[in-house]
Design a protein around this ligand. Structure first.
Ligand code: CDP
Length: 226
């Protein structure tokens, strides 16, 4: 076991595998910053939709990503949010969780220029250390030098079930079959794209959350930090 906790912790994995829940708990336990990089891709996607830009227009979407001012700040309200997400000063924390954003985000995040703009910012923040950074390519591309890399996996059925429960818990309506289809499609795009595809880093510790409760996942990862 390491005598000092790992300073840079990368958590990657497919949609709704429990990365954010784990990351947030871990960051709190260690007194580290929690950074969920998915919110940045979601924020750009939200902007694209708001400005009625064609999501397939790579050049225009990329320019937007290069110019957008995305800020992630400590939660200003206790309404279940892990942090505030602001774009050009507007609070879009819940807007980025909408279905329309979710069904377009993987198209936007596959663009090389978008990834380059966002991952540079992520890298700058991550290199400061004492951070838990969550995403798809943190251990492979953004922070390959991370001290601890976790790849959190689970079956598509289990992940769709969790996402369904989250939506229902927020008082919204949802259809399990639609959510399942979206999760599968998002994974397909995320893991087959040319730039920074979703995959476990060679030195990542792979955990399957189908077989472990959220508490067990957390305890295992915490034990790796102490
Ligand atoms: O919470 P969930 O796992 O459903 O998604 P997320 O982590 O918020 O990420 C949303 C989308 O952003 C993913 O499906 C990816 O397309 C993209 N993403 C990425 O490409 N690279 C990252 N480091 C984080 C997210």
């Amino acid at each position: 076991m390491p005598s000092t906790p790992p300073s840079i912790i990368a958590i990657d994995g497919p949609a709704a595998s429990g990365k954010s829940t784990l990351g947030l708990r871990l960051a709190r336990a260690l007194g580290y910053l929690f950074f969920d990089t998915g919110v940045m891709y979601r924020a750009i996607t939200w902007l694209v939709l708001k400005q009625e830009i064609n999501v397939r227009d790579e050049a225009v979407v990329t320019t937007l990503a290069e110019k957008a001012q995305i800020d992630v700040a400590p939660a200003s309200r206790s309404d279940g949010r892990a942090c505030d997400v602001l774009v050009d000063g507007q609070d879009i924390t819940w807007e980025i969780r909408r279905r329309k954003v979710e069904s377009n985000v993987s198209i936007v995040s596959a663009y090389r220029g978008v990834r380059s703009a966002l991952s540079q910012q992520q890298r700058r923040i991550g290199q400061r250390g004492q951070i838990v950074m969550v995403g798809r390519d943190i251990g492979t591309v953004v922070l390959p030098e991370a001290d601890l890399k976790i790849y959190l996996d689970a079956s598509a059925e289990q992940r769709a079930r969790r996402r369904y429960d989250e939506i229902i818990a927020r008082g919204k309506q949802a259809d399990y079959n639609d959510i399942f289809a979206e999760v599968v499609e998002r994974d397909r795009i995320d893991s087959t794209r040319d730039v920074a595809p979703l995959k476990a880093a060679e030195d990542a510790i792979v955990l399957d959350s189908d077989k472990l409760t959220a508490d067990e996942v957390f305890e295992r990862v915490l034990a790796l930090c102490r």
